[in-house]
Design a protein around this ligand. Sequence first.
Ligand SMILES: Nc1nc2c(ncn2[C@@H]2O[C@H](COP(=O)(O)OP(=O)(O)OP(=O)(O)O)[C@@H](O)[C@H]2O)c(=O)[nH]1
Ligand SMILES: [Mg+2]
Length: 480
Amino acid sequence: MSGGHLDDTICAIATPMGEGGIGIVRVSGPHAIPFAAQIVALRNRCDLHRAHNHRLYLGDLLVPKRQQQTSPNPSPERLDEVLVAVMRGPRSYTGEDVVEIHCHGGPLILQMACEALIQAGARLAEPGEFTKRAFLNGRLDLTQAEAVLDTIRAATTIGLRIAQDQLKGELGQRIARMREELIALLAHLEAGMDFVEEDVSFIEDREIDRTLERVLDELSRLLETADQGRIIREGLVTAIIGRPNVGKSSLLNALLQANRAIVSHIPGTTRDTLEECLNINGVLLRLVDTAGLRDAADCIEQEGIRRTNEAVHQADLLLIVLDGSHALHPQDLELLSLEPEKRRIIIINKSDLGLQISESEIFGHLRNQNFFSVPPQLVCLSAKTGMGLDMLRTSIQSLALGSSLEAPHSILVSRLRHKTALIEAKIGLEQARRALARGLSSECLALDIRTALTALGEITGEVSTEDILDKIFSEFCIGK
Ligand SMILES: Nc1nc2c(ncn2[C@@H]2O[C@H](COP(=O)(O)OP(=O)(O)OP(=O)(O)O)[C@@H](O)[C@H]2O)c(=O)[nH]1
Ligand SMILES: [Mg+2]
């Protein structure tokens, strides 16, 4: 990204490529209105320069005749009937003058409108550049800019609500309040440093410690939400595992309600992992079907099993499938206690055939090893008839969202970038508390507090580098 030149005027097609009822071209910058005025003529002798803010005007899109483009003053050609809105800065998305031209949604029309704007002097916007300008002009903090992207990408209603809360600025405000407390603390400490000789103390150690403790508590509370926040934003990576032929692929198909994976009575049907996304009661599930685990016969199967192990490793949730129509196999027992720190649902499948495995038998095996981070859940079902699938959906929802079964109402930390910065801030403040307890100088204390302040400032963008901004905004599409 070329950087923060706010003195030029950018344009882009803001709607997706392809045919649609309408398509919008957006221009932003100091010359947005004069450039747009070169390509649209308003009806009823209205002048775009004098157009009211936030009002739609009917007009004609006029572009230079193609064959005449090289001549100095090509006479324009009417291309489309359009609606135009002018939003003067700072009351616009970017904080600059913005003009939106609503054309008919054909890719050629939109492209020609964009080209005409470029001929008039605008520059094609880079991905996320409109939102980046909104940030640079103080319309949004970084957490809100990221929430714009999360809003666009949300795949579940819960994900959308979390993004909207963040877009309202609630996370940014929580961070800002912590920063204010720390800045006030620093000011006291630094005032004290100037009067070291006189032995004047501007703030009691006890008070410093109390403030640090308060901010640390708040940091911990936010960090506790990070796991759930990530799952809601990115989806719950869920691996279906089990011995061959237990019905893993059948379960994937049943949940998807589609014949996605090949199912057969021959053990070893699935050889490669297969991933599909689906929405289960508001939770985005990234469901991975895997090759059955057994002592592999050939090298293809060995590779399949290596991929299964990898999927297990990357999963947030394990669906461990057992064939309920047969007695438990020693290898089933191994699977039950795989990666004990992970959430798991043990599934007794093929319940329609009559069960040879009982729930108490399974719990008997688990009771010997009560070392799971999250208590395992158990569901009996039939992937074939669909019986018990609703129970499974409820179990998945409760494991993802916690016991409430409701989407959380408080602010969630949903990005790794935020989590990393919060941890950094926490480390800084813990160090400051230790320095205080050991009676180290105010300078040492101030240094640690400043580290925490910088980390927190990176979340909202008070502290930002071109690298951070590039990374964030390059994820966006052009025109946003
Ligand atoms: N009766 C009954 N049969 C089932 C059920 N689930 C799966 N099957 C059958 O069990 C066989 C194996 O099913 P798959 O879904 O291919 O099993 P898998 O675990 O994916 O097997 P691999 O890919 O070989 O590891 C097929 O013949 C299915 O029709 C069930 O709930 N009830
Ligand atoms: Mg399979």
